[in-house]
Design a protein around this ligand. Structure first.
Ligand code: PLP
Length: 402
């Protein structure tokens, strides 16, 4: 029997979209299994192993019987370590009672929207942006309102467009700086402008700061550190990108102390808690040496510089420098035109199957904006300089031959 013969799934299930990075990861795996040589600029995960002292701490914890349920809000030792880390890096005083630990940063998007936003309310989110925002906004029955990130504005903040997007119905503004997929960063001035809007319209802010330790240019600034913002902001961060722990599933939110128990209750109902031995790995990550993270951040700067130079040598491609995270988001409109392709999706498809290079098209990062006509793809440059050289040489060969 097929699903079509059974009672239809709930309508809300149609609201959730795929995270195409995972589909691409599977496609790359299939092609490699067939013996194809693929350079992947696909999934966004660091290419260094989880630091050994972190692995050792988690393995030791398992050996000591840390295999049982823990509190939904997280183990006290990890909450304390996170509170110290966030206080230090954001310049605000955070108490452990404000911290909720989760299996990844991603669940915080779900918990925050499900806990704070009613159906019919509006949520502003970065577009292009991490696809989960728009997907979960729709899932809770709210209306996604894009905060357009455009090449013309250096993928930072279009203040006029943002001011026009905020209305009395706006319940939450989602920020992601440094941004996936554009590599754009919100400056302190941008954040001051946004903070003013949030205060005036009494909005919550969900600030996805998962790439805060991966600045390419300038200093990271959290909106929570601006006057009057700490109470209305949920800082979202995690271990995936900073400590190369994507498969461990460990993240956290920092928020108003009266909101934290509500968010923890969502976690009680969904996952009960985050794996306890994983959390003890997290304590070791925060309290131990930071060399691997710092080395990776320095490598990302070198990789971004090389990738930028090579991409901008290609006829039909132009790329702005990334200011943070590990992504480049070149404009490929000219390349599509040269090759007679409709859009970035077709280009990504051709590059994967004909040139052996995996990239993600712009369509993976939220609905197209009204009036948007240019085509973009995202390259995750969390790979070696050699791979970057070879991969972009293949792109150049494919585009310029066409
Ligand atoms: N937020 C952004 C902007 C991301 O790019 C990602 C992962 O790609 C996440 C959140 C999810 O992080 P985690 O693996 O901790 O769930």
């Amino acid at each position: 029997m097929t699903l079509a013969n059974l009672r239809a799934p709930a309508r809300r299930s149609a609201a959730l979209t795929a995270d195409s990075a995972f589909d691409l990861l599977a496609a790359v795996g299939r092609l490699r299994a067939q013996g194809r040589d693929i350079i992947s600029f696909g999934i966004g995960e660091p290419d260094f192993p989880t630091p050994q002292h972190v692995v050792g701490a988690a393995v030791g914890a398992l050996g000591q019987g840390q295999t049982r349920y823990g509190p939904s809000e997280g183990l006290p030792e990890l909450r304390a370590a996170i509170a110290e880390e966030v206080s230090r890096t954001r310049g605000i005083a955070v108490d452990p009672s404000q911290v909720v630990v989760a299996p990844g940063a991603k669940p915080l998007i779900f918990y925050s929207l499900a806990t704070l936003v009613n159906s019919g309310e509006e949520v502003i989110y970065p577009n292009p942006g991490f696809p989960t925002y728009e997907s979960v906004i729709r899932w809770v029955g709210a209306t996604p309102v894009p905060m357009p990130l455009t090449e013309a504005n250096g993928f930072a903040c279009d203040r006029n467009a943002l001011a026009a997007a905020v209305t009395a119905r706006t319940k939450m503004i989602i920020l992601n700086s440094p941004n996936n997929p554009t590599g754009g960063v919100l400056t302190r001035d941008d954040l001051t402008f946004i903070a003013d809007l949030a205060r005036r319209h009494n909005c919550w802010v969900l600030s996805d700061e998962i790439y805060s330790r991966l600045m390419i240019e300038g200093e990271f600034c959290s909106i929570a550190s601006l006057p009057g913002m700490v109470d209305r902001t949920i800082i979202m961060d995690g271990f995936s990108k900073t400590y190369s722990m994507t498969g461990w599933r460990l993240g956290y939110g920092v928020m108003h102390p009266e909101l934290a128990p509500l968010i923890a209750r969502a976690e009680t109902n969904l996952e009960s808690c985050t794996s306890t031995f994983v959390q003890l790995g997290g304590v070791a990550a925060l309290r131990g040496p930071q060399d691997d993270t710092e080395r990776f951040a320095a490598e990302v700067r070198a990789r971004a510089a090389l990738a930028l130079e090579l991409l901008n040598q290609i006829d039909g491609i132009r790329c702005l420098p990334a200011r943070g995270a590990f992504y480049l988001f070149p404009n490929v409109t000219g390349a599509c035109r040269r090759l007679g392709l409709q859009n970035g999706e077709e280009l990504a498809d051709r590059l994967l199957n004909e040139a052996g290079v995996a990239v993600l098209p712009r369509s993976c990062f939220g609905s197209r904006l009204p009036g948007e006509s240019d085509e973009y793809v995202r390259l995750s440059i969390a790979t070696t300089l050699d791979n970057i050289r070879e991969g972009i040489t293949r792109i150049r060969g494919y585009v310029e031959r066409g």
